[in-house]
Design a protein. Structure first.
Length: 307
């Protein structure tokens, strides 16, 4: 029988649909676990039980264990609201974290705040921790990050600070159109065809007028679900990339996200002769949480600030 790890602290990435936790000794991962107990399915009283269930065997018999959490757990409808920090600013300030009330005396929980932008109005929650992880690896980077996802973010970095950002609901629009509109009849669960994606991404045009023809093409021309999915994805991502030109034109772009979706964005950028490098975002969240822990590890008296 393998003994359960005895972590020094817990790193938590709590999104809308997923909860990921890491048992940590310094910067080293002892064990990782995940569940589908995301923020979206929990009431305020459900967060602590969900965390305790997933970390069973990790908590000490006596004393407290520091927990640093990021993501939608800090939203207004999350465990405890962590206020947004106004840009321009560094991506993380752990001293501004929220501390939710807990029943279990073994838990000492901090929830990292998100970022806000006054004009145009915008917010992010969770992505700032990935950005901090990126800067931990590339502290001198000045340029643009793109974080594709349900709500993709385009972010400008300069001098270690986030200076501006913009959110696009591209992933959510694709999900709505492919699963709830008439286009669901032509797409189903198909993966986008690469060639169809490239053609549509290069010429998104007035996107709205091109949507219903996707359905008509499947009825009249036998367009396959894969081709229809590729065209829809290309139209949406192509329109996003064109609208985000101020972020990538004449700037270095790094794509941070899952390899599949990042590759589509790289392909769309390539149609404008804009090069991009790709990084898997999964590890960058943990790097950001590590950076937060290091920043909080000691206060002026040399004592652990989390306890």
């Amino acid at each position: 029988m393998v003994d359960a790890p005895r972590p020094e602290w817990l790193a938590v990435d709590w999104g809308t649909s997923r909860l990921r936790v890491w048992a940590m000794a310094g910067d080293h991962v002892l064990e990782a676990r995940a569940s589908d107990q995301g923020m979206g399915g929990l009431g305020r009283d459900g967060f602590e039980p969900a965390l305790l269930a997933l970390t069973e065997g990790w908590l000490p018999a006596t004393g407290q264990i520091p927990v640093i959490a990021c993501g939608m757990v800090g939203a207004r409808t999350g465990w405890a609201e962590a206020d947004y920090r106004a840009i321009p600013c560094t991506p993380l300030d752990p001293a501004a974290a929220a501390r939710p009330a807990v029943r279990d005396p073994r838990l000492s929980v901090l929830i990292l705040p998100g970022l806000s932008q006054a004009e145009p109005p915008d917010v992010m929650r969770g992505e700032e921790t990935q950005i901090a992880g990126f800067l931990a690896r590339h502290p001198d980077h000045d340029g643009t990050l793109c974080l594709p996802g349900t709500h993709s973010k385009w972010v400008r970095l300069a001098g270690g600070k986030v200076t501006s950002f913009r959110t696009f609901m591209t992933g959510e629009l694709y999900a709505l159109l492919s699963r709830q509109s008439v286009l669901r009849l032509s797409i189903g669960e198909a993966e986008p065809d690469a060639a169809a994606f490239a053609t549509a991404a290069a010429h998104p045009g007035a996107m709205v007028e091109h949507l219903f023809p996707l359905r008509a093409a499947s009825l009249l021309n036998g367009a396959t679900p894969e081709v229809t999915a590729g065209r829809l994805s290309g139209l949406l991502i192509g329109a996003e990339v064109a609208a985000a030109r101020d972020f990538w034109h004449d700037r270095r772009v790094t794509l941070i996200g899952a390899p599949g979706i990042s590759a589509l964005y790289a392909q769309a950028l390539a149609t404008h002769r804009a090069a991009a490098t790709q990084m898997d975002g999964a590890e960058l969240v943990l790097d950001g949480l590590r950076a937060a822990r290091r920043a909080l590890s000691t206060d002026a008296t040399g004592k652990d600030a989390m306890r």
